[in-house]
Design a binder for this molecule. Structure first.
Ligand code: NAP
Length: 360
């Protein structure tokens, strides 16, 4: 029998949250997504010393299409540091400062849900894509018994890749993956890549990105045993390029499977794929995590990045690969599903699974 969806009880009152790095590209996405969130309420905003002591409106160069939420505009910004009131903390800090501060906050009993790279491969940190490896939150539950914990969002390109690979890994097993990315400018933060470098151009290098995709995807797709996480036994080769697109990373993927599958089998695995966010009907969960689009020239960043509020991965162009078995193209919204939206979904899942206790 198919399990019926279960909506967890809406927390009342809302759970207070802090945003670290609130003024940056990802921080702004957090602000716009959390301003009206049914479970969470922003009560603290933090950034660098440059922004401290100013209101959020004064400190931020607001770059979102939606207006700056008035209630947040007037809030003060504090310097990011260990004195944070809310137990639940979202981090979108620059990676150069995130590592020690996030560890300190976890030691002080906070649940830190982070977008930064610093702790993603730590043995006691769940690298979470809620539809793919919700069971890895067991690592977090063990840590929370002693106080606080860090839950990390993988790198934005990795999130799109593992969402498309997970149904294939579950149904057929995966042996090898080759991926070439075309990544949006917003992935480099603000002000990011200089216009004179990126206009009329492609930059075939993004520092550290290929290594992140190759290791993080194996952690997310790995299994959890009594002794901790075992990385998935598959080989990933990534080549990452920066292209002149504002939002939305496109990825051209070839994959070899352990058991034979037809194109129809693969389409069915993607269409049927659901995870705990759909089971719990979490507020930020897409109804369908993977949307297959049939057009020969799809998916495209401008046309498809906002599918299901930017939280679904859009896949297309499935065809035979003469080197590996199959190839396809995927699209992930890098600052929504790949950053702030993905992190909020991680926190919603932690709440739905009772990790924050009654009070949050
Ligand atoms: P960003 O636009 O450069 O924003 C960085 C934030 O960190 C700002 O709020 C900034 O505050 C703050 N900050 C900088 N130096 C600081 C310091 N010394 N002390 C305290 N705060 C400091 O970067 P972003 O693109 O939003 O990325 C944020 C994090 O998310 C990074 O670790 C990035 O790797 C990761 N990430 C980004 C994406 C994406 O698509 N952009 C996707 C996934 C993950 P001020 O405004 O006061 O300087």
């Amino acid at each position: 029998m198919t399990p019926q969806p279960q909506s967890p009880t809406r927390p009342s009152p809302k759970i207070p949250v802090a945003i670290l790095g609130a003024t940056g590209s990802v921080g702004q996405r957090f602000v716009s997504l959390l301003a009206d969130h049914p479970w969470f309420e922003i009560t603290a905003l933090m950034a660098s010393e440059r922004s401290a002591g100013r209101t959020y409106a004064e400190a931020t160069r607001w770059l979102q299409a939606s207006p700056l939420p008035p209630a947040v505009a007037a809030m003060p910004v504090a310097a990011a540091g260990p004195d944070v009131e809310p137990r639940l903390v979202f981090s979108a800090l620059d990676a150069s400062v995130a590592g020690p501060l996030e560890s300190d906050l976890a030691r002080r009993g906070h649940l830190v849900v982070t977008n930064t790279r610093n702790h993603r491969l730590d043995a006691d940190v769940a690298l979470l894509v809620p539809e793919v490896n919700a069971h890895h939150l067991e690592l977090t539950r063990r840590r929370l018994c002693d106080g606080g914990a860090i839950v990390a969002n993988p790198n934005c390109s990795t999130i799109g890749l593992v969402m498309a690979l997970a149904p294939l890994a579950q149904a057929f097993g995966i042996d090898q993956v080759n991926v070439v990315t075309l990544q949006a400018i917003s992935g480099a933060g603000y002000p990011g890549v200089a216009s004179l470098e990126i206009m009329d151009n492609v930059i075939p290098f993004i520092s550290g990105e290929e290594e992140k995709m190759e290791s993080e995807s194996r952690k997310v797709l790995g299994s959890l045993g009594d002794d901790g996480l075992i990385f998935a036994d598959l080989t990933v080769s990534a080549q990452c390029n920066r292209v002149s697109v504002v939002d939305g990373h496109l990825e051209c993927v070839s994959v070899s499977l352990r058991r034979p599958a037809s194109a129809a089998d693969i389409r069915a695995a993607w269409d049927d794929f659901r995870g705990e966010p759909q089971h719990f009907e979490l507020p930020s969960a897409p109804r369908r995590p993977i949307h297959y689009v049939d057009g020969d020239t799809w998916p495209q960043p401008r046309l498809h990045r906002d599918t299901e509020r930017g939280m679904a991965v859009v896949v297309g162009r499935l065809r035979p690969c003469p080197i590996l078995d199959h190839k396809f193209v995927l699209l992930v919204h890098n600052t929504l599903r790949g950053a702030a939206g993905g992190a909020i979904l991680c926190a919603e899942l932690a709440v739905a699974k009772g990790l924050l206790g009654e009070s949050g």
